[in-house]
Write a protein that binds this ligand. Structure first.
Ligand code: AMP
Length: 216
């Protein structure tokens, strides 16, 4: 299964993708996570990406596409993958098609998670991430057992730098202008599945699994 998760920042792509990756035993590839890893490791790619990320802008396509191309060549992607946060532009989508076609591969499904603007803002402002293992929490809806401490590994919970209010507004604008056109793009290709992710990611995952089971 080669899948793309689409949706605005805060729509729950990471949470749903993590669960689907477990169900189908395929890698969850988040370009945001890959960039954050590079930034943490002070690589040259990380240095290039950081300026754009902290401004709420997209990292240039040539940097992003090269990073994804490398990741998709890894052996764990042979039976499929879930892309989260990529593609984010029509140019990235076209490049992805070309890249996969070289190995006779293609995208099977694009899942668009739909949530209200109100929910997006509330999710992002409450989002906390474990600095050690990356587990995602929400202070209001999904808090850790002990304040500021990860349930899974005991690491400290932090707010992503780009979740600060002024950067969030810029990220949402970037999404509307550069990424939202992908909804029409994938509708035309008859690959789009739209799912309401306003309430529970568990129900969203069940709906996706049932949909996929119905295809076979
Ligand atoms: P995310 O964790 O998906 O919200 O991504 C965090 C940030 O990383 C985004 O706001 C962008 O600055 C950058 N980023 C992630 N994926 C991409 C992409 N496909 N193209 C360009 N920039 C990206």
């Amino acid at each position: 299964m080669r899948t793309i998760m689409l949706g605005a920042p805060g729509s729950g792509k990471g949470t749903v993708a993590t669960k689907l990756a477990v169900v189908y035993d395929i890698p969850h590839i988040s370009t945001g996570d890959l960039f954050r890893h590079h930034i943490k490791e002070h690589t040259s790619l990380g240095k290039q990406a950081e300026t754009y990320i902290s401004a709420g802008k997209l990292v240039p396509d040539e940097v992003t596409i090269g990073m994804v191309a490398e990741r998709l060549q890894e052996s764990d992607c042979a039976d499929g993958f879930i892309l989260d946060g990529f593609p984010r532009t029509i140019n990235q989508a076209d490049s992805l098609d070309v890249l996969l076609a070289k190995d006779g591969r293609a995208i099977d499904l694009v899942i668009n998670l739909m949530v209200s603007d109100e929910t997006i803002l509330s999710r992002i402002s409450g989002r906390r991430v474990c600095a050690s293992c990356g587990q995602i929490y929400n202070m209001k809806t999904q808090p850790s057992r002990e304040d500021g401490i990860c349930d899974l590994c005991g690491g400290s919970l932090t707010q992503r730098a780009d979740d600060a209010p002024q950067t969030v507004l810029k990220r949402l604008e970037t999404y509307r202008v550069q990424t939202e056109p992908l909804i029409e793009h994938y509708t035309e290709k008859e690959l789009l599945l739209e799912i309401d992710n306003e309430h529970s990611s568990a129900i969203t995952v069940q709906t996706i699994v049932a949909f996929l089971a119905g295809l076979h």
